[in-house]
Design a protein around this ligand. Sequence first.
Ligand SMILES: Cc1cc2nc3c(=O)[nH]c(=O)nc-3n(C[C@H](O)[C@H](O)[C@H](O)COP(=O)(O)O)c2cc1C
Length: 189
Amino acid sequence: MIVVNETLKVIKQRRSIRNFKGEQIKEEELQAVLEAGLHAPNAGNQAWHFTVIQNRELLERLNSAAKEAAKEMNIEQLRALGNNEKFNCLYGAPTLIIVSGNEQAPMPLDADCAAATQNLLLAAESIELGSCWIFFVLLAFNSPQGSELRKALKIPEGYKPHSSAVLGYKKVATVNVPDRKPNLITYIR
Ligand SMILES: Cc1cc2nc3c(=O)[nH]c(=O)nc-3n(C[C@H](O)[C@H](O)[C@H](O)COP(=O)(O)O)c2cc1C
């Protein structure tokens, strides 16, 4: 018998959404997603911090600072995005959650923050919100405005922004599911 339940369906259904309605998500939706993030497995005794940004002006500042930093990168693809006037690294989403990790934590924090971020995305899909993991926007913290932005976002001292996710209502209900690559699993039995 094939096992299927709501959790497995949500995991398979979740796709990166890059087209959002302008409308802000509801507070209870945001809280449900955040709570899921806080329940992720973690090795550092919850040594993370979540920053929710719903201020349009700050979202735009982050986008433009990240693009400025991207222009200076030695990765061609990032430079091209930085120079593309039409590109918005947050895709116009009304909510961004940045997951930062306490650099003093003794355990591998990157994994903790990544697990939390994945929980955010899955929780979002489970309540029909669109979401996308965004690395690009973190480039803003390498830009000349980086420390000013950290202050404006009240990222606690000693915490490093690790990953982020945008949230919003999907403009398009479905996106194509790319086939999974074959031969990615080895069984030793
Ligand atoms: C660590 C990480 C960083 C990512 N950064 C970005 C990003 O900056 N911008 C973006 O559009 N998508 C980003 N993504 C989303 C991936 O492009 C996406 O997950 C991948 O193409 C698979 O598609 P799916 O999420 O629809 O399954 C990131 C994903 C991960 C795991």
